[in-house]
Ligand binder design. Sequence first.
Ligand SMILES: Cc1cc2nc3c(=O)[nH]c(=O)nc-3n(C[C@H](O)[C@H](O)[C@H](O)COP(=O)(O)OP(=O)(O)OC[C@H]3O[C@@H](n4cnc5c(N)ncnc54)[C@H](O)[C@@H]3O)c2cc1C
Ligand code: SF4
Length: 492
Amino acid sequence: MGKPTGFMEYKREKTKEQPPLERILNWNEYASRLSDESLQTQGARCMDCATPFCHMGIEVRGAAAGCPIQNVIPEWNDLVYKGKWQEALQRLHMTNNFPEFTGRVCPAPCEGSCTLGINEPSVAIKSIERSIIDKGFENNWIVPRIPSHRTGKKIAIVGSGPAGLAAADQLNQKGHSVTVYERADRPGGLLMYGIPNMKLEKEVVERRVNLLQQEGIDFVLNTEVGVDITGEQLKNEYDAVILCVGAQKQRALHIEGSESEGVHLAMDYLTGVTQSLLDSKFKDGKALNVKGKDVIVIGGGDTGADCVATAIRQEARSVYQFGKHPELPKVRTDETPWPQDPNVYKLDYAYEEVAAVKGRDPREYCIQTKKIVKDKNGRVKELHTIQMEKVLGEDGFYYFKELPGTEKIWPAQYVFVAIGFEGVENKIADHFGVNLVRNRIQASIKDFATNVPGVFVAGDARRGQSLVVWAIKEGRAVAASVEEFLTTSVKA
Ligand SMILES: Cc1cc2nc3c(=O)[nH]c(=O)nc-3n(C[C@H](O)[C@H](O)[C@H](O)COP(=O)(O)OP(=O)(O)OC[C@H]3O[C@@H](n4cnc5c(N)ncnc54)[C@H](O)[C@@H]3O)c2cc1C
Ligand code: SF4
């Protein structure tokens, strides 16, 4: 364990963050790691609590508790405390293919389940994870692991997000020949074109993909399966096919005026900005630019927050984010008891930035957009809203009630719609003939097999829009299932 009395002696410290007013002037990652000395102190706070829930990755009353990939957190906390960084790295890689991604963008459910967190700020697990892997890359401890033999089995993976990359890594290390097909011009899925650069610099994604390539994985980019190459071709050429196509079908807004010019789906905005940043540092002028405009983001979730952070970097005149739900409580309530990940108020990076520039949090709670009004040129001009109250009905369900007299008009020249994702795009499911349940490709977590023999599914495509850590978990699990399939099946 760490230092027996560490949790009583040291305060929690997390990754260093560039001050909001400085970081909005650039598109670089705003968080950087602590000094080795501080990290050892943070590792010393782990109190060897005998039954560590942080690494369990279980469901408690239907909600996730602990790390979904079962990172052996207390072990590496101890190794970091003792300065044994390489051993910590080896332990970390045992369960996590890509700690450099989770160490940056994971919401860290592990910390919500930390025993110390019951009455003190939890151990800074995510910061420690990120530091172990970053130190590993800086010191060249991470080198290509080229498999010593090849089995002759071939696997096609469709989609290069974290699920596809994790599955590819696992199967390649078993000696199978893996080809990843990706329709975008760069690999990484939402790690590349989704999560903004200031949260996850794209060099970090490219560094890992380069390593996977050196280890023998082939990436075929700009190739949409079902359009540029058929599913039949893949099924004939490969021993197994894994669909890791994500759940990127965005939910559209169906209210009066939502067709107005200036109303965009959030992902179109975010993808365009990242693409232009990477291609030309914005010189190509292809990114949508909201400089000097009034921006409203409809949808109170994380994708909406990323739009807010993007708009504030582009120097929008005003930025608001409309959410349907009330503000979350500041402290854990009985609805999410320990060791569940608590559903509490957080000042996300984007909100901190708007607060620093505009002097207020951009979030508006319990608000419903009734209609979008356009000008004579068909461009969005204003949004009409009403406040709502969340009330508990006699049937035990919550519902939203409009509050008369709270109508308001908001000026806006740009509106970004971030009200969630419906599931997979139907055309890929139809193309392979796989069954869908609630817009997700159907497969159980027992074997990740679809109804089509030899075709498997993992990640958001199976579970719906989720988190990077769950995608990695599913990528690892589908690989284990495909491995079993390859060793027990005979191809016709
Ligand atoms: C804006 C945004 C921000 C997010 N931020 C976070 C965060 O901070 N932390 C976090 O943990 N999670 C975050 N998420 C969620 C996380 O990114 C996803 O859960 C995760 O990337 C899912 O991984 P995946 O591999 O299943 O699918 P994806 O990452 O969606 O990758 C699917 C890939 O399949 C490709 N593809 C689809 N169809 C085809 C086809 N027919 N042929 C070839 N290729 C195809 C797509 O182009 C894509 O590259 C965010 C999501 C969004 C939208
Ligand atoms: S992957 Fe996420 S949940 Fe797991 S240890 Fe890292 S930050 Fe915690």
